[in-house]
Structure formats: C-alpha cells, structure tokens
Ligand binder design. Structure first.
Ligand SMILES: [Ca+2]
Ligand SMILES: [Ca+2]
Length: 129
C-alpha cells in the first residue's frame, strides 16, 4: 500500500478532511501533516511514540478481509514497514512515518503552491506513488 493510499485512507476516517475534499480544494501541506500526525498517534496503541510492526499492520490493513487477502496485504505492509524504518530499529518514529508522505506530497504538488488537488493526484500519482 503506497503513501497516497494512506492519505486517502486517513482522509476517509476524518470528517474535517472529508469536508475539505468535498470542497475540491485538495490537501494543503499543513492539513496533510495534521492528518499524518493524527493517524500516527491513533496507530500508536501503546503510546510509546513509536509505531511497532504490529501497530503498523493494525492501522494499515482493512477490517473484514479473507485470510488470503490478509497474507498478501501483511506481506506488502512488511515491505513498506522496512522501507519506512530508515534506522532499522524495528519501529517507526514520527519522523520516519512522515518522511515518505511528505516526499509524495511534494512530488504530487505539480505547481508548488502547497496544495495537492484531485487533478494533480490523478495526473501525477503514477509518478509519485
Ligand atoms: Ca507504539
Ligand atoms: Ca526506526
């Protein structure tokens, strides 16, 4: 599951973000950062300020999936977790968790106005995913 999918996933669970999407204004960078921080703290179930792999799986995988889907998605989550875990200590700091999403955001923001619109996402997702 790639970064932008997370942004949408995050957005799907946040009423303020849904409202913003409905206005077609896209995501501002500060909105994206707020949502990333919120999802990090929600995902950090034991509140140790790190996302461990089991927490990452819980927050990444959809509910109500078959065991085949679980196996595939868990393997994808494991790969993604390793990519995000830059210092390879087996847990994600907020900096590690944010970095990838920030890079994707900057890549999607084609006209560099600090807002990613639906159009930009559609045009650029295959380059930035
Ligand atoms: Ca934790
Ligand atoms: Ca780490």
């Amino acid at each position: 599951m790639k970064s932008i999918a997370y942004i949408f996933l995050i957005c799907a669970t946040s009423s303020s973000c849904m409202a913003e999407k409905a206005e077609h204004r896209g995501f501002s960078k500060s909105k994206m950062e707020n949502e990333v921080a919120r999802s990090f703290h929600d995902g950090d179930k034991d509140k140790d300020n790190f996302i461990e792999f089991d927490e990452f799986v819980t927050m990444s995988l959809p509910k109500n999936i078959t065991s085949e889907q679980y196996t595939v998605l868990r393997a994808a989550a494991e790969k993604e977790f390793r990519e995000l875990d830059h210092n390879a200590d087996g847990r994600l700091s907020i900096a590690e968790y944010s970095l990838d999403k920030e890079k994707t955001f900057l890549c999607l923001d084609e006209n560099h106005d600090g807002v990613v619109t639906q159009d930009e996402i559609q045009r650029r997702l295959r380059f930035c995913g």
